[in-house]
Design a protein around this ligand. Structure first.
Ligand code: SF4
Length: 207
């Protein structure tokens, strides 16, 4: 004779979630209340004058160029926009520097076609007296701060045409030059080196 397992009796009704009592109010924590009024008074007395003082010192630093100037300097020197302008054979090397092999854009250098959007003039060829006034106009149309690089022997000092009646013996006779790049022509690596030297110069000058 086998022993029978007792079957648990079914509950009469299934358990249900009880709905909260409508008249049940939220518990109230009976602790010393936060001295909200006192905080407000403290804020008015000490925080606001302190904030005003901090703000006025920040504005003073900004007026002196200590606050914003380093940020602009960092951004400007890492995103130089040279003018898309070629003069002679050095311009071929300038163009090659932006090709896939040297990829000058990885340094943030992006040529633009309008002088009003540029901050760098790379003079990359022989400058004749005939084109001199055009070069000066382009330079003057560029917004400040702006820089100039004399790329190659012709732009630096006239190069092989120095004694010619029609050639300017160095573009620094027309505009201020920040960096000179030697070579006839300088290779794209030299142009990239000149760009990096200019970036260091901008950092040192704090422009
Ligand atoms: S430096 Fe040499 S390569 Fe450059 S523009 Fe003058 S002649 Fe041409």
């Amino acid at each position: 004779m086998s022993a029978q397992t007792p079957v648990p009796a079914k509950p009469a009704t299934l358990p249900t979630l009880e709905s909260p009592q409508s008249d049940q109010s939220l518990p109230v924590v009976n602790q010393p209340g936060v001295p909200f009024v006192e905080i407000e008074a403290l804020r008015a007395r000490e925080f606001i004058p302190a904030a005003k003082e901090a703000l006025s010192s920040l504005l003073k630093e900004q007026a002196e160029g200590k606050l914003i100037r380093p940020v602009f300097n960092w951004a400007g020197r890492n995103s130089l926009f040279p003018l898309h302008w070629g003069l002679a054979c050095c311009a071929i090397e300038f163009a090659a520097a932006f090709g896939a092999r040297w990829d000058a854009e990885r340094f943030g250098v992006v040529p633009r076609s309008s002088p009003r959007q540029c901050d760098l003039l790379i003079v990359n060829g022989t400058v004749t007296w005939k084109v001199a006034h055009k070069l000066i106009t382009l330079y003057e149309q560029m917004p400040e701060p702006k820089w100039a690089i004399a790329m190659g022997n012709c732009a630096t000092g006239g190069g092989p045409f120095r004694t010619a009646y029609s050639v300017v013996p160095g573009v620094d006779k027309l505009i201020p030059v920040d960096v000179y790049i030697a070579g006839c022509p300088p290779r794209p690596e030299s142009m990239l080196d000149g760009i990096i030297r200019l970036e260091r110069l901008i950092k040192e000058r704090g422009e």
